[in-house]
Ligand binder design. Structure first.
Ligand code: NAD
Length: 415
């Protein structure tokens, strides 16, 4: 595992990309840190009548390209540095797929697994009120992240609407369909992973028909990527979750594995597959590896064991910078997270557009527009990577940073 915290990694990645660019020093400095960090301490009445204090954050990395955009995370380990890193990554992710947003992120230090629904609702409503001064449909638009979901977004939207005296559907995305959500949002991240993975396989000259794929993590991103890859002709030979991994060299039925996990809680025990360890799964010979679980899953200690030709980062930050170097030397083509998993925020953007217009699209329209954004961005980033002789990750950063830097230049300094 890397010794660095998420923010140090984010800044290091930024510095690595900036080295290949010709940016004005003041813009380099401006984008190296967040524009705004808000810390709030607030009380919540618990079910037993006691009142507990909680701490939460909202960080906006840049607002030059447009409103802030990024999720809200509930977790005991949330820190300001983590939220700052995630806000910076959101800024690049939005710019990579040409969305008119700056990056933002939020979080509350809490353990939602030990809280009732009523406590979570009161926490969400009070946190929304505390950060209402910096969020809004044209200011900063939150979305779900770890341990928050469409219900959390409904409470946020309702609280903000009550405070502002408007129907502020566009203040958050990732909402249920009945209160302004978008069709296609649930599958969007996995769909983006699939589109970029197929493009990357093409670059490597691998025919998707019968190519092999391994997926680490079988949640929203992993399971949906697995069945969409299978629909595209790939053979899913191994998948894992936090309880373990399963392997079948003849191929697993990705949808059946998903239903099995929905019923039993894990992929482990799926009939017709052999149990293996998580480390064995990462080391399997395959055409495509999709790490879709945790940060830093591939690190200095195990990067050398990877045999995949292509890695599409479904999760955020699944490769440490050290692993990245090792894999580049081995000739593995890595589709970086800010491109591979940008499908989710792209459809969040579509949700926001639909809410602002109060006019809703069909799922086919959403999916077609998603393909357009993600496939076009992949080609642009591939071209930068070939022209400058850099990895897709550096190329994606170059594209993203250049776009945000240009927005800053065009807007100029105020006053
Ligand atoms: P999720 O909670 O639905 O799924 C996570 C999966 O990872 C679960 O199946 C869990 O069992 C598994 N897992 C946990 N630890 C593991 C381990 N050590 N080995 C193997 N599997 C393990 O979460 P998700 O929404 O699918 O998100 C996964 C990753 O993708 C996160 O990094 C998230 O930030 C990122 N991401 C998600 C979205 C989205 O739209 N959901 C968008 C962009 C990025």
């Amino acid at each position: 595992m890397s010794e660095k915290n998420a923010y140090e990694i984010a800044v290091e990645q930024y510095d690595n990309a900036v080295r290949h660019m010709n940016l004005a020093p003041e813009i380099v400095e401006m984008l190296r840190q967040p524009k705004r960090e808000l810390t709030v301490h607030f009380p919540v009445k618990m079910d037993d009548g006691s009142v507990r204090m909680f701490t939460g954050y909202r960080v906006q990395h840049s607002l030059a390209p447009g409103p802030g955009k990024g999720g809200i995370r509930y977790h005991p380990n949330v820190t300001l540095d983590e939220v700052k890193a995630l806000a910076m990554w959101m800024c690049w992710k939005c710019a990579v797929v040409d969305l008119p947003y700056g990056g933002a992120k939020g979080g509350v230090i809490c353990d939602p697994k030990r809280m009732s629904q009523a406590e979570l609702e009161r926490l969400t409503r009070r946190f929304t009120a505390e950060i209402a001064c910096i969020i809004g449909p044209m200011t900063d638009v939150p979305a779900p992240d770890v341990n928050t979901n469409p219900q959390t977004m409904s409470w946020m939207m309702d609280t903000y609407s009550m405070l502002s005296g408007t129907q502020a559907l566009a203040v958050v995305t990732g909402k249920p369909i009945e209160v302004g959500g978008s069709l296609g949002r649930v599958e969007a991240t996995g769909r983006g992973v699939t589109i970029t993975a197929l493009e990357a396989l093409k670059v490597k000259g691998v025919d998707p028909q019968g190519a092999t794929a391994v997926v680490q993590g079988y949640g929203n991103v992993g399971a949906i990527s697995a069945y969409l890859l299978q629909d595209a002709g790939l053979k899913i030979i191994a998948v894992s979750d936090s309880s373990g991994a399963i392997y079948n060299p003849s191929g697993l039925d990705a949808r059946r594995v998903m239903h099995f996990k929905q019923h039993t809680g894990s992929v482990v025990g799926y009939p017709g597959a052999e149990p293996i360890t998580g480390e064995q799964l990462l080391a399997l010979p395959c055409d495509l590896l999709v790490p879709a679980a945790l940060e830093q899953a591939v690190h200095q200690g195990n990067a050398d064991t990877i045999q995949a030709k292509v890695i599409a980062e479904g999760a955020n930050g699944p490769l440490t910078p050290e692993a990245d170097e090792i894999l580049e030397r081995k000739g593995v083509l890595v589709v970086p997270d800010i491109l591979a998993n940008a499908g989710g925020v792209t459809v969040s953007y579509f949700e926001w557009v639909q809410d602002l217009q109060i006019y809703y699209w069909t799922e086919a329209e959403v999916n077609a527009r998603l393909r357009l954004h993600v496939a076009r961005s992949f080609q642009e980033i591939l071209a930068i990577s070939q022209e400058k002789g850099v990895s897709l990750r550096i190329a994606a950063y170059i594209k993203a940073i250049a776009r945000v830097a240009r927005a800053i230049e065009l807007r100029g300094l105020c006053p």
